[in-house]
Design a protein around this ligand. Structure first.
Ligand code: FE2
Length: 306
């Protein structure tokens, strides 16, 4: 199975992000969108903690709860902050969800079929992963009018290995434009912006109740010996406007972000992350499978039918 061309590999190493048009057929895109809508229709608000999702500096406060931590090996639903007013949900639930995650690649046959492929394994190997493992996946809805801004970040902050190895696969399921919150990245920033912080589990206090994850939430901690880089201006970010079906590959250290979606059109995307199983996966990382602690991640290779 072929992976990337040498030009694509070179461009990825130079820029930190590349777009591969027409990676998914229109039928595959339609299938994932239909399945996403079905998941949104069928999930129940009953007993849901109404957890919201952000990747800003307040991320610990917003998502650092058990529902988030336990989503590592389940399919959970996270709300847009803008879906609430005075604590009340003001949008229908299918228009209120920010993302669905983080085990779609295992739990849902449709997403599994797109994720675990010989093609994706070949791409990961071409970009240096010797033992590609998929460890999280998500459907990102970027809802019309309330789709939240995603601040500048590096994926390795959230999925830290030693050495760094995380690789993002990001599939546009709808056309991504300047008006519906398309991805943006700073070309070459992976070469100049060292990862200086990590998103980790905050351990339980000695006197707090034991939880399934053994954590009371999440927090950021500094990476020893690394000086923070200066955040680039918004003008340094390059827009990734791309049609539905495109695959965007994202380097673990490249700075990327997206604007809020204030338009009337959604911007659905399916994303998953792979790491190299030969790199050390830290027990501090927020994501553990099983959630009690572990790195039992799925090999990124084509499924063999039994
Ligand atoms: Fe990201």
């Amino acid at each position: 199975m072929s992976g990337l061309t040498q030009d694509q590999i070179d461009q990825f190493h130079r820029d930190g992000c590349i777009v591969i048009p027409n990676e998914l057929s229109p039928e595959a895109v339609k299938g994932l969108l239909t399945q996403s809508h079905t998941l949104l229709e069928n999930f129940s608000l009953e007993n849901h903690p109404l957890t919201k999702f952000t990747t800003g500096e307040n991320v610990g406060a917003h998502v650092g709860d058990q529902y988030f931590l336990e989503s590592a090996d389940k399919v959970h639903f996270f709300f847009e902050e803008g879906a609430f007013k005075d604590g009340e949900l003001i949008k229908p639930k299918h228009k209120a969800i920010n993302k669905i995650g983080h085990l779609l690649h295992e739990a849902d046959p449709q997403f599994r079929r797109i994720s675990l492929t010989a093609r994706n394994e070949a791409i990961a190997r071409d970009l240096g992963l010797k033992d590609p493992r998929i460890l999280q996946s998500m459907m990102i809805c970027k809802q019309p009018e309330i789709g939240g801004e995603v601040p500048s970040h590096q994926d390795a902050v959230f999925l830290y290995t030693d050495p760094l190895s995380c690789l993002g696969f990001w599939y546009a399921l709808e056309d991504c434009t300047a008006t519906n919150g398309a991805l943006e990245f700073v070309p070459g920033s992976h070469l100049t912006s060292p990862v200086y912080k990590r998103f980790v589990r905050a351990p339980c206090d000695a006197d707090s109740e034991a939880t399934a994850t053994g954590a009371k939430g999440t927090t950021f901690e500094p990476v020893a010996g690394v000086t923070p880089y200066e955040e680039p201006p918004k003008s340094a970010f390059k827009l990734v406007d791309c049609p539905a079906g495109s695959l965007v590959l994202i380097h673990h250290s490249v700075l990327h972000r997206s604007n809020a979606n204030l338009s009337e059109k959604s911007r659905y995307a399916y994303a998953f992350h792979a790491i190299d199983g030969e790199c050390e996966y830290d027990r501090k990382n927020w994501l553990q499978i099983p959630v009690s602690g572990g790195n039992e991640f799925t090999k990124l290779q084509e499924e063999v039918a039994c």
